[in-house]
Design a binder for this molecule. Structure first.
Ligand code: CU
Length: 106
């Protein structure tokens, strides 16, 4: 009897997983694309660790329709850690607020 219950439970568990598998794959692929972010280049002008922001003079960013300009971005703690004033960098923007999520010195 226990064996039968176990087999039934296994079947119940297995079938929804199989049915959902293609959906999960599709969602993952879509979110990876959306999460890739926008790459840009610029020079770091200043860092405000308290406010969690970095001011960058960036080159034009065609993906966002932006000309070259100096602006202040919110930045993740990891990105702020890498940032140094006066540094020429490539950086990655992500999300609706164009947060700086990565900074790479050049
Ligand atoms: Cu800008």
């Amino acid at each position: 009897m226990k064996l039968l219950v176990a087999a039934a439970a296994a079947a119940l568990i297995a079938s929804p997983v199989l049915a959902q598998a293609p959906t999960v794959v599709t969602v993952k692929a879509a979110s990876v694309g959306a999460d890739a972010g926008t790459k840009a280049n610029g020079e770091i002008k200043s860092i405000d660790a308290k406010a969690g922001t970095v001011t960058i003079h960036h080159s034009p960013i065609p993906a966002l329709g932006w000309p070259a300009m100096t602006m202040t971005f919110k930045a993740t703690p990891d990105a702020l850690k890498v940032a140094k004033s006066g540094q020429t960098v490539s950086f990655t923007l992500k999300g609706p607020e164009n947060q700086v999520v990565a900074i790479e010195p050049k």
